[in-house]
Design a protein around this ligand. Structure first.
Ligand SMILES: O=C(O)c1ccccc1N[C@@H]1O[C@H](COP(=O)(O)O)[C@@H](O)[C@H]1O
Length: 218
């Protein structure tokens, strides 16, 4: 049997979001530490949510160009399984964070064209996973979580030496097509399962995970 697509629901802010993620059968949940985001959490609030996450669901901290002081505080307080680096962290910084914290690191790279796809190679040798996201629009105030997709054909035959996750503008309506076109085995969503910025919708989470389970011809 083909293994189920592994889904990450990012930007949880409330205990009911944790319950919805668990009930829907997602594999990862994400907590955002970026003050400009409507999904931003204090370290204490993230800890309170993280301890409610059932065993078997990986808890991911999303940070943007975080310094060691912030990472020390997050990793020292919140029980975590992975760090997601969603800023302009260099390959050297990815290696440094990986060594310092002993947690798997997933590096996000924004894609808008073939040149961006090539840049992923530099990270696939230093990160434990790579996250292929849409490049934010010029007007965006966030480096991700903008509900914007990229042209999935850019990566339709691409494989990397580490596991990778597809992100950017995914929704319950388009995720099956995105999987069929890219061959992704893992997908990540934030704004596509929200009733309003920062407010997840349990039905949309269920619909999203269910849509990843429906086989689609490539
Ligand atoms: O979700 C956020 O607020 C966020 C803030 C800063 C960096 C990344 C963020 N989210 C990540 O962006 C992608 C795509 O999100 P969307 O589904 O298009 O809304 C995803 O990996 C989120 O984890």
């Amino acid at each position: 049997m083909t293994p189920a697509i592994r889904v990450k629901i990012c930007g949880l802010t409330r205990p009911e979001d944790v319950a919805a993620v668990a009930e829907a059968g997602a594999a990862y949940c994400g907590f955002v530490f970026f003050p400009r985001s409507p999904r931003n959490l204090s370290v204490a609030a993230a800890r309170d949510l993280a301890v409610e996450v059932p065993v078997g669901i990986a808890k991911v901290a999303l940070v943007v160009n975080a310094d060691d002081a912030l990472l020390d505080e997050i990793t020292g307080t919140v029980p975590l399984d992975m760090l997601q680096l969603h800023g302009a962290e260099s390959p050297e910084r990815v290696s440094e964070i990986r060594a310092r914290y002993g947690l798997p690191v997933m590096k996000a790279v924004g894609v808008a064209d073939a040149e961006d796809v090539a840049a992923l190679d530099d990270y696939a040798t230093v990160a434990d996973q790579i996250l292929v996201d849409a490049k934010p629009p010029k007007s965006a105030t966030l480096p991700g979580g903008n509900g914007v997709s990229f042209d999935w054909r850019l990566i339709s035959n691409r494989r990397w030496p580490v596991p990778w996750m597809l992100a950017g503008g995914l929704t319950p309506e388009n995720v099956a097509e995105a999987i069929a076109l890219t061959g992704a085995k893992q997908v990540d969503v934030s704004s596509g399962v929200e009733a309003a910025p920062g407010i997840k919708d349990a039905q949309m989470i269920r619909d999203f995970v269910a849509a990843t389970r429906v086989p689609m011809m490539r």
